[in-house]
Design a protein around this ligand. Structure first.
Ligand code: EPU
Length: 307
């Protein structure tokens, strides 16, 4: 099968956008293996920049060549079956952590939240306990103001290490940002790291909170099956899981996508689910909740990729 002129031009532009970039560059990579729900088609090109300077190069190159860029954390997301056009960035090499002041930690965006939490425990710093069991990365957590019922990102965030869409690196104070429930309003660009303002505390005290919290999550959430965390945001004063369960929808399936029998605000992949299965299941649940309860559920997870 021949390659169309459009495709050639597309690939040429991607190549030009990435010509000076150092890092891992892979073409046509299926993204299902990179998402916690294990669904999703290929990326035109998947790039894991070597360092922050190379994130800036990608953004500048993409802007010049007019190609779309998206960062894939992989945990709170559904990638459609046709995959993602343009450049998909994976920040797996941005894993540095350091103590910046007596009660301040810095972590690059690719650091996993459990790693950051352990790092805080080792330095006897309290303030990240709310994040126990959150599987995503620092960058994803900052970008969506991740949280649990114990707290949220904005409570600990001091400032954000950021590269804007022109490839300029800057430090943005948290006080200059607007946060709401699972949302951070940021300029166009990529979070490459964050500083956290924490408080000295006894190690045992921090561990006690995180352990009981992890236990709670283990008991109440289907953590042993592929999932993307909470599907819907909780409507004010209500619990999405409780609402979905009240309609008897636990166990509802489309293909291998299933409303978890353990927690109704989770969709699990029982084997070979596709993104279409997951999205059809979401539509079904949303439709039923709207029709029977008159409540519009908003998505917490993000949907990426070509329709
Ligand atoms: N509930 C039900 N049925 C269910 C699920 C929950 O009746 O199927 C009830 C629970 O018994 C509880 C209430 O609903 O009384 C709230 O449930 P839960 O404590 O599990 O918390 P949640 O509001 O569903 C939130 C976060 C989770 C976080 C947990 C624990 C949101 C949308 N989700 O869930 O975050 O782990 O609190 O702190 O705010 C995520 O964001 O991906 C995530 C997993």
């Amino acid at each position: 099968m021949g390659i169309s002129a459009k495709e050639t031009t597309g690939k040429d532009r991607l190549l030009r956008a990435l010509q000076d970039v150092e890092g891992d560059i892979e073409w046509g990579v299926p993204l299902a293996t990179m998402t916690s729900l294990q669904v999703g088609g290929p990326a035109d090109v998947l790039v894991a920049p070597k360092d922050i300077a190379n994130v800036a190069r990608i953004l500048l190159g993409a802007r010049t060549q007019h190609v779309p860029v998206v960062v894939l954390g992989g945990t709170n997301v559904v990638v459609r079956d046709k995959g993602i056009r343009g450049i998909v960035i994976q920040l797996k090499h941005l894993t540095a952590t350091r103590k910046d002041a007596a009660e301040c930690l810095y972590a690059e965006a690719g650091v996993r939240m459990p790693v950051l939490m352990q790092y805080a425990v080792r330095h006897q710093l309290s303030g990240m306990e709310w994040a126990a069991g959150i599987p995503g990365t620092v960058g994803g957590g900052v970008a969506m103001n991740a949280g649990t019922r114990l707290g949220e990102m904005k409570d600990a965030l001091q400032s954000v290490d950021f590269v804007n869409s022109r490839g300029r690196r800057m430090r943005i104070e948290a006080s200059a940002l607007t946060f709401s429930y699972r949302k951070t309003v940021l300029p166009k660009g990529i979070v490459v790291g964050a500083w956290f303002q924490l408080k000295a505390a006894a190690r045992e005290q921090i561990e006690q909170v995180t352990k009981s919290y992890l236990q709670y999550r283990k008991e109440s959430q289907p953590l042993t099956l592929p999932n993307a965390g909470s599907v819907f945001k909780n409507p004010t004063g209500q619990s999405a899981g409780k609402l979905v369960e009240s309609l008897g929808l636990k166990g509802l399936r489309v293909g291998d996508a299933e409303i978890s029998t353990k927690h109704a605000n989770f969709i699990v992949n029982q084997g070979h689910a596709t993104a279409s299965d997951v999205l059809a299941l979401i539509r079904k649940v949303r439709g039923l909740v709207a029709k029977k309860l008159g409540i519009h559920l908003e998505l917490e997870l993000k949907i990426l990729g070509e329709r």
